[in-house]
Design a protein around this ligand. Structure first.
Ligand SMILES: Cc1cc2nc3c(=O)[nH]c(=O)nc-3n(C[C@H](O)[C@H](O)[C@H](O)COP(=O)(O)OP(=O)(O)OC[C@H]3O[C@@H](n4cnc5c(N)ncnc54)[C@H](O)[C@@H]3O)c2cc1C
Ligand SMILES: *[C@@H]1O[C@H](CO)[C@@H](O)[C@H](O)[C@H]1NC(C)=O
Ligand SMILES: *[C@@H]1O[C@H](CO)[C@@H](O)[C@H](O)[C@H]1NC(C)=O
Ligand SMILES: *[C@@H]1O[C@H](CO)[C@@H](O)[C@H](O)[C@H]1NC(C)=O
Ligand SMILES: *[C@@H]1O[C@H](CO)[C@@H](O)[C@H](O)[C@H]1NC(C)=O
Ligand SMILES: *[C@@H]1O[C@H](CO)[C@@H](O)[C@H](O)[C@H]1NC(C)=O
Ligand SMILES: *[C@@H]1O[C@H](CO)[C@@H](O)[C@H](O)[C@H]1NC(C)=O
Ligand SMILES: *[C@@H]1O[C@H](CO)[C@@H](O)[C@H](O)[C@H]1NC(C)=O
Length: 534
């Protein structure tokens, strides 16, 4: 089932005879295609429709299409030898075998939201190909069992839409941005507005289908406990290619309530965020209030503001009552609250506005319109940040055109799951997660350097007030500043520096799983798990 958007890209047939690229890539391309033909029993003609070679003018636009961080859209960024958009499982099995046979490395791209662009580029000297799963995006909902099978190339928006299409009282607890792909997102954790009630997306995975380094399709039973554990938070890119997930859907009320309240510093934003730190993680699990500090620039005017975005799994009168009791300082009244269906709340958070038609969630092109250049970093907070430190953020944020600090409260279900149950260890004792993000529009390397310097300095400034030993980070907010693997020598001891930030004590178990399932380290990237052997 190809989404509309893919059609213009696949309406062409490539004749390998007319390829005019360098002889090296010509040979690799041709050899790879021949191998794929033999392994998948798909005709060259049919395969050609699914391939993008560098000499075709659709190659660059397709490469860019779901590369969400356009910081990596430069001439000097290493490009893939080809991009393959498989339409069936055997295409993925064949790609792995043929890539190994021809000494190519492989990157898998689902939604393309990786913060460091690791699904679209490779800094390693070995030539690489991209498997883009855009055509593998079916979502099959079973209302009776409260489950769904979703292919790895589906977006969160597609998953949410298809669930709501079948039931108004079922949902799924995953991320806020509808264009994120489930391939990367769920394998890296996945958190959103229902995290306090139902945990992470990865906590609600019942089964998975994955192609391993030998080209075999494994499921929960055949892959064994360790690998099934590893791909639910450890990042699947180190272990294989996820074909699909079986998800446990969760009950949501017919009517939920949202609000979005903005406060300037004069209106007490700093005091409110300070108070929020002490209560947000202790509120009823049905209540999720995200706090945001952000810089808004409009022409020559710039301001920094505090935002409180809320999803409540209940009605507005109940929400006003709870807020009056627990957080009266925010002054939430009926006029601030909007009741709606759960899927409408997804649109409200995803597009920062309400009233859009639900099928906007199916429109990748619409959702990918406002991508751009950015750099992000993350933290976990275990003790409230002092108020004067929060206050100082205002002057820091005035220094840049567009920046945000998203604070997502934990507690509830997150505090009930043990640190080792999945690779994602940031559970009990975590008050909230921070994501720092700075965006800019000037494509010069000078602008890029300046903004990256800014966010690094903000991160340094926050160091004393966030989690320590290790200073923890969230894999899905990938940050290569934390460290990266060397080409070929992916030393466990070197990787531990960043590995324990993402995974704490789970890093070692992940490395043993890696040693077991991919000892030669075929599934490798700048921040993949290094193999460790017993
Ligand atoms: C605008 C925006 C909003 C976001 N909002 C949230 C949010 O609300 N909550 C949250 O938790 N995160 C959020 N994220 C982060 C997001 O969860 C991660 O970037 C996630 O890894 C993206 O998955 P993807 O498939 O879109 O990305 P990709 O770039 O395609 O993949 C990310 C990584 O996973 C690998 N991968 C992808 N598919 C597969 C597969 N099928 N098998 C094996 N490996 C695979 C890739 O090779 C890459 O290493 C957001 C990101 C952006 C850009
Ligand atoms: C490039 O793509 C176009 C349409 O997308 C197709 O008509 C053309 O044959 C392709 N060229 C090559 C060399 O593959
Ligand atoms: C090629 O594609 C056509 C149309 O999609 C299909 O009918 C045919 O079976 C395919 N052949 C091979 C060998 O893949
Ligand atoms: C791949 O690399 C190995 C080891 O470096 C080499 O022996 C082999 O000939 C290469 N294969 C191809 C197809 O280039
Ligand atoms: C569900 O999807 C079908 C087919 O696309 C559509 O006709 C129908 O209106 C949708 N129903 C709801 C409730 O969204
Ligand atoms: C930006 O400023 C202009 C002129 O002052 C105003 O009309 C417009 O609504 C502002 N846009 C936003 C997004 O605030
Ligand atoms: C709102 O929810 C509360 C708690 O569930 C319930 O007691 C109350 O009757 C509901 N009010 C309305 C107007 O539905
Ligand atoms: C790999 O890196 C480790 C740690 O830096 C080092 O001890 C080891 O000698 C390196 N191995 C090779 C083959 O370069």
């Amino acid at each position: 089932m190809a989404p509309n958007i893919a059609i213009p890209f696949i309406l062409f047939i490539i004749s390998i005879i007319t390829l005019t690229t360098s002889s090296h890539s010509l040979l690799s391309n041709e050899a790879f295609l021949q191998c794929l033909h033999l392994k998948t029993k798909t005709s060259i003609k049919n395969l050609s429709k699914l391939l993008y070679f560098p000499n075709n003018n659709t190659y660059s636009s397709f490469l860019l299409f779901s590369m969400v961080n356009t910081r990596f859209n430069t001439i000097s960024t290493p490009k893939p030898l080809l991009i393959f958009t498989p339409t069936q499982d055997s295409h993925i099995q064949g790609s792995i075998i043929c890539a190994k046979n021809h000494n190519l490395s492989l990157r898998v791209r689902s939604g393309g939201h990786d913060y460091e662009g690791l699904s679209s580029r490779s800094q390693h000297p070995q030539p690489f190909i991209i498997l883009d799963l855009i055509n593998l995006n079916s979502v099959t909902v079973n209302v009776e069992h409260g489950t769904a099978w979703v292919q790895a190339g589906a977006t969160l928006g597609e998953v949410y839409y298809q669930i709501a299409n079948k039931s108004s009282v079922l949902g799924f607890p995953a991320g806020i941005c509808p264009s994120v792909g489930v391939g990367g997102h769920i394998s890296g954790g996945g958190m959103g507005t229902m995290v306090r009630k139902y945990g992470l997306a990865a906590d609600n995975v019942l089964d998975v289908r994955l192609v391993d380094v030998h080209g075999r399709i494994l499921d929960k039973d055949s892959m064994g406990e360790d690998l099934f554990w590893a791909v639910r938070g450890g990042g699947a890119a180190s272990f294989g290619v996820v074909l699909s997930w079986k998800l446990r859907l969760v009950p949501v009320p017919q009517t939920v309530t949202v609000f979005a309240i903005t406060k300037s510093a004069k209106e007490g934003a700093v005091e409110l965020i300070d108070k929020w730190q002490y209560i947000a993680y202790k509120l009823p699990e049905e209540l999720f209030i995200e706090a945001i500090v952000q810089t808004v620039t409009n022409g020559s005017s710039r301001r920094v503001e505090g935002l409180f975005n809320c999803l409540f799994l209940g009605n507005s009168s109940e929400l006003v009552r709870v807020m009056g009791e627990r957080f009266p300082e925010l002054g939430v009244g009926m006029k601030d609250c909007k009741e709606m269906s759960w899927v409408q709340s997804v649109l409200f958070f995803g597009f920062s506005q309400s009233g859009l038609p639900a099928d906007s969630l199916m429109d990748r092109k619409l959702q990918l319109q406002n991508k751009g250049l950015f750099k992000a970093k993350s933290d976990f907070v275990r003790e409230p940040v002092p108020k004067d430190v929060l206050e100082r953020l205002w002057s820091r944020f005035m220094e840049v055109e567009r920046a945000s600090m998203f604070m997502d409260p934990y507690g509830g279900k997150m505090a009930e799951i043990s640190e080792s149950e999945t690779p994602f260890p940031h559970r009990k004792g975590t008050l909230y997660n921070i994501q720092y993000l700075v965006g800019w529009s000037d494509t010069s390397s000078k602008a890029s350097k300046e903004h990256i310097r800014w966010i690094r300095s903000l991160y340094k400034q926050m160091g004393p007030y966030v989690s320590r030993n290790p200073r923890a980070a969230y894999l899905n907010f990938r940050d290569l500043d934390l460290g990266r693997n060397e080409w070929r020598n992916t030393s466990y001891f070197k990787a531990k520096v960043w590995g324990v930030k993402y995974f704490k004590n789970n890093f070692k178990r992940l490395a043993f799983v890696k040693g077991d399932v991919d000892p030669e380290n075929f599934f490798r990237n700048e921040q993949s798990i290094p193999p460790l052997f017993l």
